[in-house]
Each structure stands twice: as C-alpha cells, then as structure tokens.
Design a binder for this molecule. Sequence first.
Ligand code: 13P
Length: 282
Amino acid sequence: MPFTKVSAILKEADLHHTSALAFNCVDYTTASSVVHAAEAVGKPVIVMLYPEHSYKNRFCSLEGFASMVKSLADKASIPVGLHLDHCSDYAYIISAVKAGFPSVMYDGSMLPVEENIVNTKKVVETAHILGAEVEAELGHVGFASTKTDQFNEDMYTRADVAARFCAETGVDSVAVAVGSAHGFYKTAPKLDLGRLEEINAATDTPLVMHGGSGIPSDQVALAFEKGINKFNVGTEFFHLYHTTLHEFYKQYGTEGDFFDIPVYVQKRLQEYLVKKLELCRM
Ligand code: 13P
C-alpha cells in the first residue's frame, strides 16, 4: 500500500493503548528487514533515517532512500511510514520533505524553550503547507554513554510546558524526556512513568519515546499504556547488523559466497525485529 501517514499510525496505536515501533535504517538491508518483519507479524511500522546517514550523500541520498522505502511500502500488506529523524537544520528538513519524506523531526531540544517553540512552529508551518508532518522534542533526551543524562531531571519534559508547546507549535507529535537516553545504557533506565502520565493528560498530541534500545520490556509496556505512541529504536538494531556481518566473515572467511551476505544478515535482523515488534499490541 502507499505510505501511511505517521499520524495515522500513531492514532491507531493510541486507540489500542499501545505504540508503533520506529527503526533507524541506513540501507536496503535494514529497511527491507524492517518492512518484511512487520509484514510477518502483521503490524504497522515506521522506517527512519538519521540525517547523518544522508548528509552530503555519505551513505544514501534523501531521494534514493525515500523512493527505496516507498517501493517497499507499495508492495507491503501493512502500513509503512517514513520519517526523517533528529534534524535541527530547517533547510535540510524542507529538502527531505521535497525529496519524498512525509514525516520529519525538528529537534530544537538543546535550545531554550521559547526558541524551540519559534523554530518548531516555523518548520511545522512550512511542512504542513507541503503536506508533511512534524515531530518535535521538548526537554532533552540525552546520551546513555554519559551515565548521567538519563537521570538528570532538569532535562526532563514538564507537563505544563508540553501543553503550551504543543498548542503553540501545532506539532503532530512530540518526543518527551522521561528517563530514556540514546545508545546502550550503562545503568538500567528507570522511566518516570508518573511524569509521562501527567504529560499525556496535559496534551492530546501523540507522545514519542526516544532511546528505545535496552529499556526493560516491563517498563516499555507501562510507557505504552501511559501514552507513548511511537517508540524509536536504533542502537541495538545497528549493533546487530554489524555483529552479524562480523559473524558471517568469522564463519565463512574468504570462502563465503558473498552473494549470500544480504540473505544471511536479513534473516538475523528479521528474527530480532519480529521479537521486538511484539511490544506493539495491535
Ligand atoms: P537508540 O539508538 O538508543 O535505540 O535510540 C534511537 C532513537 O531514539 C532514534 O531517534
């Protein structure tokens, strides 16, 4: 089927009191594994691209990536969304929309709130005219490698500010900081579920959780019940991709048939993805 709007996927998730899963992808192997695994379990899914993977066409162009995922979505039996992840560059975001991304993230989470509001609003206004949707971030989801970011409540999202932020920007979804962080956790995260509940009560805008790699599944389930509708996973997926390639070379060395690599890798990625997608209860 054609691309499904990310907002429609999140709305459906909300009706089921659960969250859609969104995976950072970088190439055909990762994106096709995501779409095929979602088809295998009959769940919607969102493919995301980090701008770092397309800047200056390092790994792929925006147009190339968007049309590759579009062709996967067109043939898929489940709803597939496409989203540009974390970007704070207005011009690049708009170029992504023009290149075929129906959903983009403007990340102004490092800025003072008022500046984040002004910039997010500007991106929303333009993106909406062009028919695209926008995710923003309020509070700041830091990095697990710092050991401290995930526990720093000064970086967490406040419910009253979230209500104002969403109303003033007209954003389609908002990433919240409630104890998750990007990368592999050095210390197990402890999500502030009370705060999440308050934020969810303060705004009707769908809530997004970043830093989905390594959060214990009992906490993930509670976060979904308490209002998360989009759950981003990157690190553990990329890590599996790379370790599986290493495994292939270790197992077959130079004797391996290199035509087999994509099949070998996709099988392992899909096994992981099928399990991960079970978190989504729809
Ligand atoms: P992880 O890499 O920690 O899974 O987080 C991914 C993410 O939040 C992408 O926006």
